[in-house]
Ligand binder design. Structure first.
Ligand SMILES: [Mg+2]
Length: 238
């Protein structure tokens, strides 16, 4: 195996998932504020289906270069959602701040049962692990809180990179950070961002935790099954 052989892992929906997702964070803020309501996650969803940087991956967002700038853009979406559901502007602004805090709490995220086991298994075969995710600026803290950090040699969040998968630039950055590995894989749950994005940059990719109606060369129900695909399809060099 080459020195730098690297597996790029998507985070959300691949190594971990957030209970309730974004709409869950907006509901949690209402609860933290003690506001009585009868909203459900689905009420927020129409407001959350656009406006995030990953909804326009063809565009760079290098101008959102700090966490504060990044969140200022996202908070506008939150405020629109709350006011759209009839909450006053004042309250909506306060809630948007709370929803931000809520979203990034590491304890809101859960690892899949086989996440650690799979990272260890592949680490023993000298694979390096790098997270490559369309995510928030605080992804590093979330990963540390989940105890994943010691398994990784890198973590790239699109919020910091200024580009979203499947933009070729974020894959270029990832390959550069991994010191141009002679072998690389991408594992993710999003066909467009993870699979097509990686393939476009010459990286084979495995779709996990999701079935695709489109033709996908490598698919796996679990991370353990993805590890098996990597083992069976990588060249072993001695
Ligand atoms: Mg994902």
């Amino acid at each position: 195996m080459g020195e730098n052989n690297t597996i790029f892992w998507d985070f959300d929906g691949t190594l971990a998932y957030r209970e309730g997702g974004w709409s869950g964070a907006l509901l949690e803020a209402l609860e933290k504020e003690g506001i009585e309501h009868s909203f459900r996650r689905d009420d927020f969803k129409p407001y959350l289906s656009r406006g995030f940087p990953w909804h326009n991956p063809e565009k760079s967002h290098l101008h959102l270069s700090t966490a504060e700038k990044w969140w200022a853009a996202i908070k506008e979406i939150f405020i629109e959602a709350y006011t759209g559901l009839g909450i006053s502007q004042d309250k909506a602004e306060k809630l948007a701040g709370l929803a931000r805090i809520s979203y990034v709490e590491p304890q809101s995220f859960r690892l899949y049962d086989d996440t650690i086991k799979t990272l260890r298994r592949l680490e023993k075969q000298n694979w390096k692990h790098v997270i490559l995710s369309n995510h928030v600026p605080e992804l590093h803290q979330i990963i540390r809180g989940l105890g994943l950090e010691s398994y990784l040699t890198g973590c790239i969040s699109s919020a910091e990179a200024g580009f979203e998968k499947p933009h070729p630039e974020i894959f270029r950055i990832a390959l550069l950070k991994a010191n141009h590995p002679s072998q690389a894989w991408m594992v993710g749950d999003n066909i467009k961002a993870d699979i097509k994005g990686a393939n476009q940059s010459g990286i084979p990719a495995i779709l996990v935790h999701k079935k695709s109606r489109e033709e996908v060369k490598y698919q796996a129900d679990s991370l353990s099954a993805a590890a098996r695909i990597i083992e069976e399809n990588s060249e072993i060099e001695f």
